[in-house]
Design a protein around this ligand. Structure first.
Ligand code: FE
Length: 233
């Protein structure tokens, strides 16, 4: 049985290895490609980075020594991509839009509020849910690495791990949000939340204008991963 640490290491290394085989297809803020920093952080640079090479080497060693198999790694990736993904977070958001008592509980203690769902995936032991309002926009980052509420959102997108996103969203959040297509009026306050190994954040987007006309499942289908990170509104 793999320990969590080994699974995590294997998963990370596979993600790097996969990234070395594929070109980036995720939407990413323009400037991560256009700026000098972006050029340093290009997909090619990421694929050839010492971290990627080290991760690939670790994965190869784990497989070689029989501690993990490629099938194990594929299973973990499939689990997060296909069976967890952002749909868990979307269900939670849609319920909060329809159920005021659940919303209050979610904002008061995110981990406790979602515990009854028994979502698999982890990384939500200390979940803080932050609410967008007409006057406040929240956005989440992990400036140190890529901490993310896996059980709710699945695997983090490539750009979430990009050094350009991690540094720029703190320094110039409005500019980065504009690159994601989010235009915020000057009187809207932007709050940037820095995730860590201890605390993971989920943005509760504002409900759509026609919220009352739809049930939770219909609403959940309209909640995007990006809105729950805060790079969509
Ligand atoms: Fe992190």
């Amino acid at each position: 049985m793999l320990t969590d640490v080994r699974r995590s290491m294997a998963l990370h290394s596979r993600r790097f290895r996969t990234s070395r085989r594929r070109d980036m297809s995720e939407k990413s803020p323009q400037a991560t490609h256009a700026s000098p920093q972006a050029l340093r952080d290009s997909p090619q640079a990421l694929r050839d980075s010492p971290q990627a090479l080290r991760a690939e080497a670790i994965e190869s060693l784990l497989i070689e020594r029989g501690l993990v198999t490629e099938a194990d790694i594929d299973e973990v990736i499939a689990r997060y991509n296909e069976r967890i993904g952002p749909m868990n977070g979307a269900r939670v958001v849609a319920r909060a839009w329809k159920d005021p008592a659940f919303k209050r509980a979610l904002l008061a203690d995110g981990s406790a509020a979602i515990a009854p769902y028994e979502f698999e995936g982890g990384q939500v032991d200390k979940l803080v849910v932050v609410e967008n309002t007409p006057s406040v926009h929240n956005v989440v980052v992990c400036t140190l690495c890529s901490c993310y509420p896996w059980a709710l959102l699945g695997l983090p997108p490539r750009w979430y791990k990009d050094p350009a996103y991690r540094s720029r969203i703190v320094r110039e959040p409005r500019a980065v949000l504009r690159e994601f297509g989010v235009q915020l009026a000057d009187d809207i306050q932007v709050r940037v939340w820095d995730s860590s190994a201890e605390v993971r954040y989920l943005v509760l987007p504002q409900p759509p204008a026609d919220c009352a006309a739809h049930d939770e499942a219909q609403l959940a289908a309209r909640v995007t991963r990006d809105a729950m990170i805060g790079v969509a509104r």
